[in-house]
Design a protein around this ligand. Structure first.
Ligand SMILES: Cc1ncc(C[n+]2csc(CCOP(=O)(O)OP(=O)(O)O)c2C)c(N)n1
Ligand code: SF4
Length: 341
């Protein structure tokens, strides 16, 4: 990273590194990189306060392309490294960039505990439903029965639904956006940056080489209005080109209805991302996973809880107040020790 400090003259270009970007032409990762660079220029944070941590995968090349500090660590372990960075340096803005394979397969355990602990890190999970870097094997988000190089007869595994996983782990900010919805993606990145606590963003990302068109029904102009349900705080769950369809609760389940004589906007569910109880957000995430239902896009949950790094530092102050400054040497020499001869 060159020239530091100050935020006055920061532009998108300030966040572009001198590294050659090595994604395939047309990869959705480019749009995400560009959106993040633009939003960072607006945040009023000096460049040296940002750190990007990644695991392994095409998506995990991201830190090289950001003119900030960065750490390309081992497969699936970015949340652990990011947790250490944030606890040691609470004033840094720490971002994790990961893929569906990196975060949900080999790194599954790490991601859930980072979310559970509410460490103030922002996780950008690029979901292309495939392993891109290793040339097209199925991933934990690939559809059941999908044929890939490693599943020539169709994968038997049912997929993870990343939003449900994040909610179940206790993430305090959970959102979904799409690589081609640039203004929406920028708004979600802005919101994640402003959130204090674990922020989880699933970004649907097109891998043009190994899984092209995986999200076409939600991105193609002809179908996206009918297939996407935009979550807007306080607003009824409406969708469709003329916004004449909606979602309401009928008995115990969410049901799609057409607005008309029998059903008015007041009958629809209203979105509330601030609900402490994540049950409704989880229900929406599962609803989106149901075949034929519109896919919810936007912020599912945004609540405020104490962060891990705050609690860790409070506890350290409290214990130091009672016991004084500790000593590593004394700690190691304490209790039973053995000498191996
Ligand atoms: C310990 C270990 N196991 C396996 C691999 C091989 N590997 C590299 S990237 C990857 C999956 C990447 O997929 P994803 O996270 O979805 O990222 P994408 O490339 O699609 O962005 C795997 C299995 C590795 N590098 N290290
Ligand atoms: S293999 Fe797919 S995810 Fe990787 S750079 Fe190419 S298009 Fe992007």
């Amino acid at each position: 990273m060159s020239e530091t400090t100050g935020t006055a003259a920061l532009t998108k270009k300030s966040f572009q590194s001198d590294q050659e970007v090595r994604w395939c032409p047309g990869c959705g990762d480019y749009a995400i990189l560009s959106a993040v660079q633009s939003v960072f220029a607006e945040l009023g944070i000096p460049r040296e306060k940002f750190v990007f941590v990644s695991g392994i995968g095409c998506s995990s090349r991201f830190p090289y392309y950001m003119n900030t500090f960065g750490f390309h660590t081992i497969h699936g372990r970015a949340p652990a490294v990011a947790t250490g960075i944030k606890i040691a340096n609470p004033d840094l803005s720490v971002w994790v960039v990961t893929g569906d394979g990196d975060a949900l397969s080999i790194g599954g355990n790490h991601i859930i505990h980072a979310m559970r602990r509410n460490i103030d890190i922002k996780v950008l999970l690029f979901n292309n439903r495939i392993y891109g870097l290793t040339k097209g094997q199925y991933s934990p988000t690939s559809e059941q029965f999908k044929k890939t190089k490693s599943t020539p007869y169709g994968s038997i595994d049912p997929p993870f639904e990343p939003i449900s996983l994040a909610l179940g782990s206790g993430a305090t900010f959970v959102a979904r956006t799409v690589d081609v919805l640039v203004p929406h993606m920028k708004e979600i990145v802005r919101r994640a940056a402003a959130h204090r606590g674990s922020a989880f963003i699933e970004i649907l990302q097109n891998c043009v080489i190994f899984n092209d068109g995986a999200f076409e029904e939600w991105t193609a102009r002809e179908s996206r209005d009918e297939r996407s349900l935009h979550l807007v705080q306080g607003q009824p769950l409406l969708f469709g080109k003329d916004r004449k369809r909606g979602v309401m609760r009928a008995q115990c389940e969410l049901r799609i209805v057409d607005l008309g004589d029998d059903c008015a906007e007041e009958d629809l569910l209203r979105h509330d991302e601030t609900r402490e109880d994540p049950a409704m957000a989880f229900e929406l995430a599962q609803f989106g996973a149901g075949k034929g239902n519109p896919l919810p896009i936007g912020v599912f949950r945004a609540v405020s809880h104490p962060t891990l790094e705050t609690l860790v530092h409070e506890q350290m102050r409290e214990v130091r107040g009672k016991k004084g400054q500790g000593s590593i040497e004394k700690l190691i020499a304490a209790g039973e020790t053995w000498e191996v001869k």
